[in-house]
Design a protein around this ligand. Sequence first.
Ligand code: HEM
Length: 225
Amino acid sequence: MPHHPDRGPDPRPNPGPNPRPNRGRTRPVHPWPLRLMHWLNATAIVVMVMSGWQIYDASPLFGFSFPGRITLGEWLGGAIAWHLAAMWLLVLNGVAYLAWGSLNGHFRRRLRPPGPREVWRDTILALTFRLDHRHGVYNAVQRALYLAVIAFGVLAVASGLAVWKPVQLWFLSDLFGGFRASRYVHFFAMAGIVGFLAVHLMLVALVPKVLPPMITGGRLSEDAP
Ligand code: HEM
């Protein structure tokens, strides 16, 4: 019977070849490109959302405006300058993340789309504070939230381009049902991202041990999934 490595050193005189050759070796929980892209994305999102609220205030779609102290850019022209500058960061960084995650298997390993049963089970466990968290493994609720925010991000960029260049990118504008409809889609995509961020920050606050590895990388055994 093979000796289980978690039971300490093997007492037999000749235990044979090491059944787990990677034992003792480690790798980061979050590799540096992921951490860099995550924080660049977070910066771009905050600038996009706050300057977007200022742009919205110049011509509100609904019966409310965003208070000046939570907007960026001071006035319409200033806010558009912030919005377009951060757009380049968001888009280039987002394309890099999607390429990196698909080419090296990150999405396949860590962001497998969960089924509704899994999401339901993990939601109940999370709400009753019984959901276990292992570094480097995302539960079904996390995976559903991450995939949703990636989709909202793509929708926000596509509808934003339709609002920005409705003539040159008429096919995008048409896709969303015209200029005005594109504005509504853009607004709801923003609301989805802000809603995600509220839940994301709450989950990080509930399980604070997940934050340091997203900053420093952390260490995970090479044998871990
Ligand atoms: C601004 C404050 C933010 C903090 C403190 C934060 C924190 C974190 C932490 C700690 C993780 C790792 C979770 C774990 O290991 O279980 C994570 C992952 C993630 N966060 Fe954030 N985050 C922030 C903003 C954002 C924003 C604005 C977005 C997108 C709109 C975002 C999207 C994601 C995604 C998609 C992942 C999974 C990444 C992957 O593995 O591919 N985060 N975040």
